[in-house]
Design a protein around this ligand. Structure first.
Ligand SMILES: NC(=O)c1ccc[n+]([C@@H]2O[C@H](COP(=O)([O-])OP(=O)(O)OC[C@H]3O[C@@H](n4cnc5c(N)ncnc54)[C@H](OP(=O)(O)O)[C@@H]3O)[C@@H](O)[C@H]2O)c1
Length: 258
C-alpha cells in the first residue's frame, strides 16, 4: 500500500510479475526428423506418452545448436548442445535440463541426432539391455537401414550374430545386404519374445553409451549413414519421406551452417 503524495489517500497498485524463468537461447544448426513427429501431428484421442501438437505451435524436434545466451549455470554462450528444440532457426529452451552439452566435436555434429543421440541410444539399449543376443544367434531387424536399424545390425555383427533385416526398397536392401525374412511363422514356432521399451527411460545410460559408441566411430567399427536435407523449409517433406521409404539412413535437416 502506498499514499498518494500530499492528499493522504491510500491507493493500491496490484502488479503481475513475469517469473524469471531460467532459459537458454539456442541457434539451431541441425534438426532431427523422426517417426514420432508424425504420431504427434495426428489427433491423439487418449494422450499417453505422446500428445498431439497443437495447431499453430512449433513442431518439437531433437536438434543440435549453439548457445547464444544462457541463464543456466550449466550452459555458457558458445557451447554446443543437443536436445529438444523446435523446427525454427532459434529456440528458447525453457527446460534446460533437457539439453545435453556436446563435449566431443571431432565427429560430425549431426551425429548427436543419430548414432550419438536418441536413435543411437535406442539401438544400444534395445540390443544390449533387451535383446541381449549372444554370439551365433540370429537377430532380425525391421527398417534395417533406418536411424536405429542400421546400428542394431552393426552391434549384432560386432557381437558375432547372424543378422537378418527387412528394408522397404531394393536400394536399401542392396545397401544393407541383409537376408530377407521369408517365414514369419518361425516367430511363433521358435517362441520368440516381444518386449517394448521407451528410450527416454534410459537416458541415464547416455554417458556409458557415449563411452562405448565414440571409440567405435573413431575406430571405424561403426559407420553411420545419414540422409541430409538443406534448409528449414525442407522439414515437412523430410518427415513425409520417412513414410514413403525415401530416406536412406538417418534423416537430418541442416538449418544453418556456421
Ligand atoms: N522405443 C523407443 O523409444 C524408440 C526410439 C526411437 C525410435 N523408435 C521406433 O523405431 C522405429 C525406427 O525409427 P527410426 O528413427 O530408426 O526411423 P527410420 O527407420 O530412420 O525411418 C522410418 C522407416 O520406417 C519404415 N516405414 C515407413 N513407413 C512404414 C510403414 N507404414 N510401416 C512400417 N515401416 C514403415 C521405412 O523404412 P523401410 O523403407 O525400410 O520400410 C522408413 O525409412 C520407429 O518405429 C520408431 O518409432 C522407438
Amino acid at each position: 500500500m502506498e499514499t498518494d503524495g500530499g492528499a493522504g489517500n491510500v491507493v493500491r497498485n496490484k502488479k503481475l510479475m513475469l517469473k524469471d524463468y531460467i532459459k537458454v537461447l539456442v541457434k539451431v544448426l541441425y534438426l532431427s526428423i523422426d517417426p514420432y513427429q508424425y504420431i504427434r501431428s495426428t489427433k491423439i484421442e487418449k494422450p499417453g506418452y505422446f500428445s498431439s501438437y497443437s495447431p499453430g505451435s512449433v513442431m518439437a524436434s531433437y536438434g543440435v545448436g549453439r548457445v547464444l545466451e544462457s541463464g543456466h549455470s550449466d550452459f555458457q554462450k558458445g557451447d554446443l548442445v543437443w536436445g529438444t528444440t523446435g523446427w525454427e532457426e532459434y529456440s528458447l529452451i525453457t527446460e534446460p535440463e533437457t539439453l545435453f552439452k556436446i563435449q566431443h566435436s571431432d565427429v560430425p555434429l549431426s551425429y548427436y541426432l543419430g548414432v550419438l543421440g536418441m536413435p543411437g541410444l535406442t539401438a544400444y539399449v534395445g540390443f544390449y539391455e533387451f535383446c541381449a543376443a549372444k554370439k551365433g544367434e540370429t537377430v532380425f531387424i525391421s527398417s534395417a537401414f533406418g536411424a536405429v536399424g542400421q546400428l542394431v545390425g552393426q552391434l549384432a555383427k560386432l557381437t558375432g550374430c547372424y543378422v537378418v533385416g527387412s528394408a522397404g526398397s531394393q536400394e536399401k536392401y542392396t545397401l544393407d545386404e541383409p537376408e530377407g525374412i521369408k517365414n514369419m511363422m518361425n516367430i511363433i514356432y521358435k517362441r520368440l519374445r516381444l518386449e517394448g521399451f521407451v528410450v527416454t527411460d534410459y537416458f541415464h545410460l547416455f554417458p556409458k553409451f557415449l563411452d562405448f559408441m565414440l571409440p567405435c566411430i573413431r575406430e571405424g567399427k561403426i559407420v553411420y549413414m545419414e540422409d541430409i536435407s538443406e534448409a528449414l523449409e525442407s522439414c515437412p517433406a523430410a518427415l513425409v519421406g520417412l513414410f514413403n521409404s525415401s530416406n536412406l539412413g538417418k534423416k537430418v535437416v541442416i538449418v544453418a551452417r556456421e
